[in-house]
Design a protein around this ligand. Sequence first.
Ligand SMILES: C[S@@+](CC[C@H](N)C(=O)[O-])C[C@H]1O[C@@H](n2cnc3c(N)ncnc32)[C@H](O)[C@@H]1O
Length: 273
Amino acid sequence: MAIKGFDDETQVRLYTTHRPQPPDGLIRRIIRLLPSNKKFGVDVGCGSGQLTAKIAMHFDKFVGIDASEAQIEAAKSIYGQERDYLEFKVGLETMEGVENNAVDLIAVSSAIHWFDVDAFHEAAAAKLKSGGVLAIVGYAKPYHDDVELNAELQKLWSAIIKHAHPLTKHVFAEYATLALPPRDAFKDVIEIKPRDKHVTIFDGSLMDVIKFTKTLDTYNRVVQDVGKAEAEGILAAFESRVKEILNCDENKSNEEIPFRMQLDWFGRIAKRV
Ligand SMILES: C[S@@+](CC[C@H](N)C(=O)[O-])C[C@H]1O[C@@H](n2cnc3c(N)ncnc32)[C@H](O)[C@@H]1O
């Protein structure tokens, strides 16, 4: 299945190297809520396995599902062979093929806003065992601790998000606008807020920020809306300002310029009644 916005060849390649993985503290928070005899977990909208890679080892069997064949192929090529308890397959939020009343954890990272949310909640209620956990997480806009560099990062972000898909509004609202899991099927809802400080730190280079930006569906939309040259121009203006602030030679490569970008996670965890 081809999923527009997620299976462009360059984008899939960048996903494998430049998408944030959830921080260990967030993974522990989810795992602690699970029964000790957890056996089976599923990551829906798994992309090339950013969350899967950090959580699958806690289960006897784990399945990553994604609508994009290209993302699933990338996930298989990275993780598929070395872990026999782990399977990746193409599929939708309805998790066809996963048995009812069989799953201990259903997790979604940075993907639920693309789903038919009601269909997903219905499927999650059917597939989870009683006491099983539904964990929906995502991350907000990137930031830098340095005021001046952060101002430039926010300027870049604002220029890009003007082109965001309407569904991305749920991300900007930190998922507060998403329908809650149905009350008759889920209880003990925990809201995870950015202030909880589950943070992913990209302690990398200016080039890493550029590559992360290019993984975003929203960046693809900028290219569609204004053309590649203008989109590259937005990135070039950001690069140039960062070099100016850091007093770097214009010819210094982006790989050589350190840039510590951070992302705060948010989301919602609930238990199947
Ligand atoms: C922003 S990416 C997130 C990937 C990964 N979970 C991560 O944390 O980076 C969203 C993913 O959701 C997948 N997706 C979009 N609509 C979907 C659907 N209806 N069912 C399953 N996956 C879907 C896309 O193919 C894409 O890989």
